[in-house]
Ligand binder design. Structure first.
Ligand code: ATP
Length: 216
């Protein structure tokens, strides 16, 4: 279980954030709140890119705060695509797993299975320029998910995708929930939240800072 207990963060001369919640494996919790409410800041703090000023953060009882981002049991899917233009889909994905880009035959099969799951069967040897924006987004997602870390942080993963693309991702994320992944989803889109979330919390500005309040 992920336990976030009065985890606090403050930008210099900025707002004070104070977050508390728990998330079980196999569950998806959506985080909503207006623009600038601190949704991305929360995910970046859990991922280890921002250092909290107070509070605790544990996963299955393990303290995550001393760990650098790459040692946390976390996969982050943030908004940018970041594919290498001169490398094909398989090589772009391979580089996410191994800096030399070499994959075992088992890993190649795993990549192909995941690509098929997001509607990209047979796209292994295409260059990014031969993919639509939504297809590139799905390749980035496959690359991130192959890290197979149990806690998945999704920051607006469906932005700019059409309904067909969204369906692929809903199916993928729901399968991941069944496999026991815990998912934190930041989304402005009510249909994404309805399709995926077991619980919703909203970031609310209070006198004590920006807090998380459950609303379903
Ligand atoms: N590097 C920074 N330095 C100072 N303030 C920042 C920095 N990054 C973000 N902020 C401020 O912190 C607040 C929270 O930003 P954050 O990006 O977490 O919001 P968000 O809820 O994800 O917004 P959006 O929905 O628009 O993406 C905002 O007021 C923002 O201006």
């Amino acid at each position: 279980m992920l336990v976030v207990d009065h985890l606090c963060f403050e930008y210099a001369q900025g707002q004070h954030f104070d977050w508390s919640f728990q998330l079980l494996p196999g569950q998806c919790m959506a985080i909503t709140g207006g623009s600038g409410a601190g949704k991305s800041t929360l995910l970046q703090t859990i991922a280890g890119f921002l250092t909290p000023t107070a509070g605790t953060l544990t996963w299955q009882g393990q303290d995550l705060l001393p760990l650098p981002p790459w040692q946390r049991p976390v996969t982050s899917v943030f908004q940018s695509h970041n594919l290498f233009a001169h490398l094909d889909v398989m090589t772009n994905i391979a580089l996410g797993l191994n800096p030399r880009g070499k994959l075992s035959s088992e890993q190649v099969a795993q990549v192909s299975t995941l690509l098929a799951q997001v509607g990209l069967a047979g796209f292994e040897h295409r260059l990014p320029e031969a993919l639509s924006g939504g297809q590139q987004q799905r390749v980035t997602l496959v690359r991130a998910l192959l890290r197979s870390q149990p806690l998945v942080l999704l920051d607006e993963p469906m932005t700019g995708l059409d309904s067909q693309n969204r369906m692929y991702l809903y199916e993928l994320f729901n399968t991941m929930k069944q496999q026991g992944y815990a998912i934190l989803l930041v989304s402005h889109d009510v249909s994404d939240v309805e399709a995926l979330a077991d619980r919703c919390c909203s970031l609310i500005d209070t006198e004590a800072g920006v807090m998380l309040e459950p609303y379903s």
